[in-house]
Design a protein around this ligand. Structure first.
Ligand code: ADP
Length: 468
């Protein structure tokens, strides 16, 4: 079985968040003696394209309404990745230092059209086309409706929704950008008077998945306007929990951390990582350390941290370390709080992959007070590194973290995204930290929970087989 993943992100080529981690790991686990998984993605002007050499294997033109853009399909000269990646290079539109921008309608439409134009000419037509998020959401529609792609119509396609908040909507005035189709079916593109690529994909894809079972159920109640559509299409919808790349995220071999460790050496290994963090960020190594890693956006609940810091740090019992970037007001507020809570709070504003690994390996607890969490990878990374997750029970967090009050529980869960609840959860964390024996036992226990991709990669293969 030949599987093609089409995505805007793929780690380590280009990453904004969890989408990249998934598309960078799933194909590895789907490549077996009987299946082969490959990725098609845009060619960006970033460190990966600068540090590697490429050759063109196909050159053509993509038409977008009245405009034409030259494009090529590139592959790597050497193979630093465990699977094939085909890069769609549209110099005028995609080759930018950023992944997402305000002009994404044209950029990603051109990407999708160029991708299908190339697949059309490719001797190697895939058995399954797997689209990820709205940036590739018009592909299921075009496969079904555009005259040009008639030859690809019978290839099963699957949509995975990583985040339904973003839908890529644009005006019907731009409908002429889409390759010609039977206009009687224009309604398939529409949602609430706009062309909505995510809605079109939900309608046209053969199967629709979300990245956790709970997120699928939650979307049927609240999906930024698409809840009714998901209920209507529920027969082809399911949730498959993401896994994590077991080799990249391995405290025993991770070259990013200060000291490597396994379940036997957890105490000394984690101590060295915590000591580094406390030294670098001027925090007390003898107090429990609560970390946060993530985009500073409303969905992550990070706007509540200033209140949490003010509420919970009064007693001087613990430290908080934030690593994130995003909303500029939040970034400024986190900077401003540094002088006031010197010694018990600090923040690194920016994106730092290496530091994130050290936080997973050195913080005692990881805070995830998300308002929305389709799956969440951070909690799975922190489990693997023996850091106890403190999560709001929603989406994938609900599916992966069991509260310590339950049988075999190992995390701390709260129901609502409120500063008081987060502060109470921190208090519960401090109590657990002070019960040294239980704390150490849980840290070891969570390192052994298997969130590798094996089971989920197989679940996708089973799903593809159901499309036959
Ligand atoms: P989302 O995709 O919604 O951002 P996920 O939990 O699915 O959330 O994935 C987040 C990924 O991005 C994780 O690999 C996390 O470690 C990483 N990450 C987020 N912010 C930062 C940051 N500032 N520095 C380093 N890594 C980050």
């Amino acid at each position: 079985m030949n599987i093609i993943h089409i995505s805007a992100e793929c780690f380590p080529v280009a990453k904004v968040g969890g989408l990249a981690d998934v598309v960078g790991a799933l194909p590895k686990y789907q490549s077996t003696s009987t299946t082969k998984a490959q990725v098609i993605m845009p060619f960006y002007d970033n460190a990966f394209s600068k540090n590697n050499s490429f050759k063109s294997i196909y050159e053509s033109v993509v038409n977008l309404g009245a405009n034409s853009y030259t494009f090529s399909v590139k592959v790597l000269n050497e193979a630093p990745l465990d699977f094939d990646v085909f890069f769609i290079d549209i110099p005028d539109l995609l080759f930018k230092t950023y992944i997402y921008s305000a002009e994404d309608t044209e950029r990603f439409l051109a990407f999708q059209i160029a991708t299908l134009n190339w697949i059309l000419t490719w001797g190697n037509a895939p058995d399954v086309i797997h689209c990820h998020d709205h940036h590739t959401g018009l592909i299921p529609f075009m496969l079904q409706e555009s005259h040009k792609y008639k030859a690809l119509k019978d290839i099963p396609n699957v949509l995975t929704i990583h985040n339904a908040q973003y839908q890529g909507g644009f005006s019907h005035e731009n409908v002429n950008l889409i390759p010609e189709f039977n206009f009687n079916n224009v309604g398939l593109l529409d949602w609430n008077g706009y062309i909505n690529p995510l809605a079109a994909a939900i309608k046209c894809a053969w199967k629709v998945t979300t990245v956790s079972p709970s997120y699928m159920e939650e979307l049927k109640e609240k999906a930024n306007g698409l809840e009714g559509l998901l209920r209507e299409e529920s027969g082809k919808c399911s949730g498959i929990l993401n896994g994590i790349d077991w080799n990249v995220w391995n405290p025993e071999t991770d070259t990013n951390v200060i000291a490597n460790y396994n379940t036997d050496t957890i105490e000394s290994g984690r101590k060295a990582n915590k000591a580094y963090l406390c030294e670098r960020f001027n925090l007390d190594v003898n107090k429990p350390l609560f970390g946060f890693i993530g985009r500073l956006v409303y969905e992550k609940g990070s706007d509540l941290f200033p209140e949490v810091i003010k509420k919970s740090l009064e007693n001087n019992t613990h430290s908080i370390l934030l690593l994130g970037s995003g909303n500029k007001d939040q970034e400024q507020e986190f900077e401003n709080l540094k002088s006031q809570y010197k010694g018990s709070y600090n923040a690194y504003i920016g994106y730092d992959e290496k530091l994130s690994h050290i936080v997973y390996a050195g913080a005692d607890f990881l805070l995830m007070p998300s308002r929305v969490e389709p799956c969440g990878l951070n909690q799975m990374y922190c489990l693997r590194y023996g850091t106890i997750p403190i999560v709001r029970s929603i989406g994938g967090l609900k599916d992966t973290v069991t509260d310590i009050s339950q049988e075999n529980g190992f995390g701390i869960c709260h129901e609502n995204v409120e500063a008081l609840e987060i502060s109470n959860a921190i208090e519960r964390g401090i109590t657990l930290y002070n019960s040294t024996q239980k704390f150490n036992q849980i840290r070891k226990q969570i390192m052994e929970i298997d969130h590798s991709w094996n089971a989920s990669a197989q679940a996708y293969i089973n799903l593809y087989k159901q499309t036959k």
